[in-house]
Design a protein around this ligand. Structure first.
Ligand code: HEM
Length: 400
């Protein structure tokens, strides 16, 4: 898609896109991705959006337009001078939220400065120093899971793994409740948040402002962020939110990479067997294909100076038949590298190397230690409009 043509499309549709209202009334639109009926299985609905001739699909009831195709979504993400993040990438614009997420809700030059302040700890090479720590946590969780023949993947592996790895990386003891806080925070960034989300998120602030950030270990990344990051790049009023943003961004997302991945492998046993044949060679590709096939983050927004709000649907872009052959099949050997599950452009996920390390180590260990995996009845998707994943995922496994 040419950038010029995409903009022309937006401007011609602008009269339909009313300004975002802070209080959204009940809607029923054939183009509304946030309707409950689309959340459990959004992919047929996304396909209908991509089939429409326009680049941006207008949802008048919500005051937004949708970027559903891969080329449109990538263009929006990469043209950060037009499609701004500093006005807010979550449902509530920054001006109304009273708080700005330090990395993702900034534009250059502030964004460049804050990202540089923490980049050193987030590179693949820096994160590789956690290899052993991640392998230790994975071994403990997977061995226990396999020894008892399986259980709820979400409770036994998907939630504890990122919690413990993030704790080790940051040098901070994260309580179990942190995954619930992260989930609540993402829900607050989506339309129609549930009534208890604010209260749950308040638990995070209470903890962080109290015992949480007061007890960070002096040699860890959290301490460095609270001290201003590399070369003191973070201003005083940015340090707390920077650390909070990283904790929130790193938990709920990775939790659902793991849950969605195990569900996809258990539903596609030929792919599981292919991974078992070569865990070392195929675990990293499995992570990329899971991210493409079932992206944990449903959307972020971009806003323009002219008042347009664009919802970037990562999961829809990743199933675009123009970008991927046979996109509805889960194939761990495919080249999924063009997926947008981590975003693209200057806001490309800062934690991607860590999430990849966690996912690769886990899928490899699972394939090495289990002979079979079987989905049991009782699994349930979460009802989050922001994150796509499972609330419970019972499986049976047999040891190798
Ligand atoms: C599978 C796991 C993960 C997924 C699917 C994911 C997804 C995303 C997405 C979609 C974005 C926004 C990109 C954009 O708007 O263009 C993002 C940004 C971000 N992510 Fe992740 N993320 C994951 C794990 C993590 C982890 C483990 C961390 C931290 C340790 C993290 C920290 C961040 C930060 C700080 C940003 C903002 C970067 C910026 O604005 O410059 N994420 N992530």
């Amino acid at each position: 898609m040419s950038h010029r043509r995409s903009l022309a499309g937006v401007w011609s549709q602008r009269q339909c896109a009313r300004p975002l209202r802070s209080k959204v009334r009940a809607v029923s639109s054939e183009c509304d991705p946030f309707l409950r009926e689309h959340l459990d299985d959004p992919y047929p609905f996304y396909a209908r959006l991509r089939d429409r001739p326009e680049d941006f699909v207008v949802v008048p009831e919500r005051g937004v337009v949708l970027a559903a195709r891969h080329d449109v979504a990538r263009t929006v993400l990469r043209h950060h001078h037009t499609y701004l993040s500093g006005l807010g990438v979550q449902w509530v614009p920054v001006a109304d939220a009273g708080l700005r997420a330090t990395f993702i809700e900034n534009d250059p030059p502030a964004h460049t400065r804050v990202r540089r302040a923490v980049q050193r700890w987030c590179t693949p090479r820096a994160v590789a120093q956690l290899d052993e720590a991640v392998a230790g946590v994975v071994s403990e969780l997977v061995d226990r899971f396999v020894a008892v023949g399986g259980g709820d993947v979400m409770a036994e592996i998907a939630r504890p793994l990122p919690l413990r790895v993030m704790g080790a990386w940051l040098g901070i003891d994260l309580p179990d409740a942190a995954t619930t806080w992260a989930d609540a925070s993402f829900r607050l960034g989506a339309p129609d948040p549930p009534a208890d989300a604010s209260e749950q998120f308040a638990g995070f602030l209470h903890w962080a402002l109290g015992e949480g950030f007061a007890t960070v270990r002096p040699d860890g990344m959290a301490a460095a962020i609270l001290a201003g990051g590399d070369h003191g790049g973070l201003h005083d009023d940015e340090r707390f939110v920077a650390l909070a943003s990283i904790i929130i961004a790193g938990l709920d997302t990775t939790v659902h990479l793991i849950g969605n991945g195990i569900a996809a492998l258990a539903s596609n046993l030929d792919q599981f067997e292919s991974l078992v044949d070569d865990p070392d060679g195929r675990a990293a590709g499995t992570v990329e294909e899971v991210l493409r096939f079932d992206a944990p983050v449903r959307f972020f927004l971009r806003r323009t100076d002219a008042g347009l709000t664009v919802v970037v649907l990562y999961g829809s872009a990743n199933r675009d038949e123009r970008a991927f052959d046979d996109p509805n099949r889960f194939l761990i050997d495919r080249d999924a590298s063009e997926h947008l599950a981590f975003g693209s452009g200057i806001h490309l996920c800062l934690g991607a190397p860590l999430a990849r390390l966690e996912g690769t180590t886990l899928f490899r260990a699972l394939a090495e230690r289990t002979a079979s995996i079987e989905l049991l009845p009782g699994s349930a998707r979460t009802d989050s409009a922001a994150i796509r994943g499972f609330a419970t995922l019972p499986v049976r496994v047999q040891p190798r």
